[in-house]
Ligand binder design. Structure first.
Ligand SMILES: [Zn+2]
Length: 327
């Protein structure tokens, strides 16, 4: 389901109870009682779905307010035109970032993920093909995460940290629970830089610096989730000035996993012991990817996962409190 179709479907779903409320008011003879109740329910549904920081469908992961530390995050990569420049610039200036990558891009550009890790950054999960998850059943959510996990591990030699950012921050009532059973936490961000709209370098810098403070999570993009090859030159240029201002304020960007509260744990958590390349890949879920056409039409089918028993139930889940969301 495409982005705009999802938005329209969510709107229609919210309008349905309102229409029912109006009808019920007429049938029962009440003035607007049921209409108001229906409007409230519709508003709560839309808030929980589209507002990443709204705790209605689960809270996003807490980030510690650590003096002198903040988190730069980049979504939708890796992308050959921009990811290397961003990764190298950050490394040269002693900053670290978290790259929320798409599984399909990890498959296309595995060498870029290796470079990101060599530069000292971390890789997290943004889903396989940027599919919006508002109506995805738990089985589809799991397939998206596990296919991406496998793509990253195959490309980079290790699985991602167990942080997930939903495409466009769109959630469903069951998303957090499904992610928690896989040991993932949902991550959000501060403010709306929206560098994908290419508002100009100065605007990107101004918006980023408006939220630049200890414990902040800034969201930028090194790739394009729509597969239209988005131009991120403004983001790359703005990054220089953003780092200048961060350093002037005594701030340094660190991995997001080092700031989340409680700390990550487990095989790919921030405090986990290093995992050898071969062992990590062997421990990955076995997935079958069924391609039915262009990238956006990729079908995912999960076959098995090492964290589950033979019945498909998780052996150990970190049902951690989650909070978060973006593009
Ligand atoms: Zn995205």
């Amino acid at each position: 389901m495409g982005k705009f179709i999802t938005w329209v479907a969510c709107g229609l779903l919210a309008l349905a109870p309102v229409a029912g409320g109006i009808l019920l008011d007429r049938l029962v003879g009440t003035s607007v009682l049921f209409t108001l109740i229906a409007c409230l329910l519709a508003a709560l549904y839309l808030l929980g779905t589209f507002v990443p920081t709204a705790p209605l469908f689960g809270r996003t992961t807490r980030v510690r307010n650590t003096p002198g530390r903040f988190a730069l995050t980049f979504d939708d990569g890796p992308a050959p035109r921009f990811t290397p420049a961003i990764s190298r610039l950050l490394a040269e200036r002693g900053h670290r970032a978290t790259f929320f990558v798409l599984g399909t891009h990890a498959n296309e550009y595995p060498h870029l993920l290796r470079q990101v890790l060599e530069d000292g950054h971390e890789i997290a999960n943004h889903g396989f093909d940027h599919h919006l998850l508002a109506f995805s059943p738990p089985s589809s959510v799991r397939a998206q995460l596990l296919a991406t996990e496998q793509a990253i591990a195959t490309a980079a030699g290790r699985p991602p940290v167990r942080l997930f950012r939903a495409p466009h921050g769109v959630r469903s009532p069951w998303l957090d629970h499904t992610l928690g059973r896989l040991g993932y936490r949902v991550c959000s961000w501060n403010g709306h830089i929206v560098d994908t709209a290419k508002p100009g370098v100065a605007t990107i810098v101004e918006r980023a610096c408006r939220h630049l403070r200890p414990g902040a999570t800034l969201l930028l993009h090194d790739g394009d989730g729509s597969a239209r090859g988005g131009d991120r030159r403004q983001t790359v240029h703005a990054l220089h000035a953003i780092l200048d201002e961060a350093e002037r304020r005594g701030l340094r960007s660190v991995s997001l996993s080092s700031l989340v509260e409680p700390p990550l744990r487990g095989p790919s958590g921030a405090r986990a012991a290093p995992v050898s390349c071969g062992a990590a890949v062997e421990a990955l879920p076995v997935l079958e990817l069924e391609r039915h056409g262009p990238r956006g039409e990729t079908g995912l089918a999960r076959v098995g996962h090492p964290l589950e028993n033979g019945d498909g139930e998780p052996l150990a889940g970190e049902e951690e409190e989650a909070q978060a969301q973006p593009d």
